[in-house]
Design a protein around this ligand. Structure first.
Ligand code: HEM
Length: 529
């Protein structure tokens, strides 16, 4: 290359670099200052005063994101909506009133979907099943699956929940020590470990008709794949994501196309789970074709997938996606709920003892467990109250997102298509206007007494948002509540539980799916005599 060419390249690369810097500065100024202050069509909606381009509206770093949302809700005067900004100054709207919730979740539910970026990220973990389908496809899938998730049918699954809950307690006690295991099992164990294994086994047996046996084997291949899929993006990926967000709303989606080590690992793990579910469907397909006995046996299968399979509405491929959805939506969430329940019970020994007394009064104790009818679990008011209060104060899905697909109106504000909303059970479930002044404390008694068992005394049913409301509410709510009740009962009847560090305080921190106590809850188990 001659000297002239070198000089030309140097000159043009300098110009190109200057152009990139200029575009970057112009975009930053526009999206960081001009747009949110003067141009956004949402400027009538109140917004936090402080804002920076790198942190968006999150300007109080020691506060978790959830704590920050709660602070805005209680300190910024608003009429149901608060506008805030993510890092990179992407705009989002927090929904704070029951009227606005009703607009988005019920009255105008058809005007909202999960954003495409969220769907494409979640589809790897949860398949393209009920959780992520939209419109008419969703309606048809929901109709096909409703009978299997109805309370009447879920009751048939209680024995499975109870058997697995007892197995978990027995494992903690050390009943199934493999040779080589420590015979003097230490009394302190991490609840997260057992909760994850128990809830995977339960969703396997009750929703898929397959026993993973993960309670008895520490290393489960499927659990490993879910751990791999939950990897957070690296710092570099996050930085690139924020950079991309300056130019496009689809930065997250673009990022997932880059073949980084993380995206490759997540795709491989997703394929593993998909292949596993496909094999299960093939097994179901191959099963008894001949013989009345086999047919009768098949018809007795109560697991959710078998019921859906018998209805013959879903194709095999659709069933594979639904199975992936049940696995993803059904085990982490309940595992987190159990971890929070144990944490709350360890924090209040009177509540723990009162529950133990109730269980015993109803004839449930370690020895008489086999004669106990699992369906009785619904008849224990205090157990139910504790589970509901745990789900209220520590919602395992602390927030979710909706995007307007067309221009619409929410809480009286005109909302353009593309506006994103944060719907946060973690914020709404502790609203003092709905729950009273003790909304932020763990108080199972709010669910006790005349007419309170199902409402907890909340002023409006949208105030309990743990399973959302409306046509996109959790289809597995009855399943999850009964499962949690069995798991809690089986632990409390057998053990007196105390935190390893009784002074430890835990709070909900993360947004999105799956927020458990940060340290997995280290508990000292003492056998109840
Ligand atoms: C404590 C446990 C659980 C909690 C807190 C929970 C919470 C939720 C929430 C908040 C949603 C709505 C998400 C959104 O649209 O943004 C949802 C949807 C869903 N959940 Fe659950 N869930 C739990 C357990 C389960 C279980 C055990 C299953 C199945 C076995 C399940 C299956 C589903 C499905 C299929 C959907 C999609 C429903 C639809 O869009 O029509 N969930 N869940």
């Amino acid at each position: 290359m001659d000297i002239m060419s070198c000089l030309l390249i140097a000159r043009y690369s300098k110009t190109a670099a200057l152009v990139v810097v200029a575009i970057f500065l112009a975009r930053t100024t526009y999206s960081g200052f001009i747009y949110p202050a003067f141009l956004t069509p949402l400027r009538a909606i109140p917004t936090p005063k402080l804002r920076s381009w790198t942190k968006g509206s999150y300007t109080i770093p020691p506060l978790s994101l959830i704590a920050q949302l709660r602070l805005w809700k209680s300190t910024i005067p608003n009429r149901g909506l608060i506008r805030y900004y993510l890092p990179g100054n992407q705009e989002r709207v927090l929904v704070t009133s029951v009227e606005a919730l009703n607009d988005i979740l019920v009255a105008k539910a058809g005007d909202f979907t999960k954003p495409a970026a969220v769907r494409s990220r979640l589809s790897l973990i949860a398949g393209n099943g009920l959780l992520l389908s939209e419109g008419e496809v969703h309606k048809a899938q929901r109709k096909a699956l409703m009978p299997a998730f109805s309370f009447r049918h879920v009751k048939n699954l209680y024995p499975v929940f109870w058997a697995k809950a007892v197995e978990m307690a027995e494992c903690i006690e050390g009943k199934f020590l493999a040779s080589g295991d420590d015979v003097d099992r230490p009394p302190i164990q991490e609840i997260r470990n057992w909760a994850t294994r128990a809830t995977l086994d339960i969703v396997g047996a009750a929703a898929l008709g397959h026993d993973f046996g993960s309670l008895r084997t520490a290393h489960n291949a499927l659990l490993k794949q879910y751990r791999l899929m939950r990897q957070d993006p690296s710092r570099l990926e996050m930085l690139v994501g924020v950079g991309l967000s300056l130019f496009t709303r689809h930065g997250g989606q673009l990022l997932s196309i880059f073949p980084t080590r993380r995206t490759r690992t997540v795709k491989e793990a997703s394929n593993f789970v998909r292949t596993f579910c496909r094999d299960l469907v093939l097994e179901k397909r191959k099963e008894p074709r001949d013989g009345e006995d086999c047919k009768a046996e098949k018809e007795q299968r109560m697991d959710i997938a078998s019921v859906a399979f018998r209805s013959a509405v879903l194709t095999d491929d659709e069933l594979v996606d639904q199975m992936m959805t049940f696995l993803a939506a059904g085990h982490g969430t309940t595992s987190h709920a159990l971890q929070w329940a144990v944490y709350a019970l360890c924090k209040d020994h009177d509540v723990q003892q009162r529950l133990r007394d109730e269980l015993r009064e109803h004839g449930i104790n370690k020895e008489t467990t086999p004669t106990f009818s699992p369906a009785d679990i619904d008849t224990l008011p205090y157990l139910r109250a504790i589970c509901n209060e745990t789900l209220r104060l520590y919602p395992p899905v602390p927030s979710t997102i909706r995007e307007a697909t067309r221009e619409t109106v929410v809480a009286g504000y005109r909302i353009p298509a593309g506006t994103q909303f944060a719907i946060s059970p973690a914020v709404v479930n502790v609203d003092a206007e709905l729950w009273g002044p003790d909304a932020g404390t763990f108080n199972p008694d709010r669910w006790m007494g005349e007419g309170r068992a199902n409402s907890g005394g909340v002023r409006n049913h949208h105030g309990f948002l743990t399973f959302l409301q409306g046509p996109r509410s959790c289809i597995g709510a009855a399943f999850a509540k009964a499962e949690l009740a069995c798991l809690v009962a089986a632990l409390v009847v057998r053990f007196r539980m105390e935190l390893e560090d009784p002074g430890k305080e835990e709070e909900l921190t993360k947004q999105g799916v799956g927020s458990g106590p940060a340290d997995g809850v280290h508990v000292r188990f003492e056998l109840v005599k």
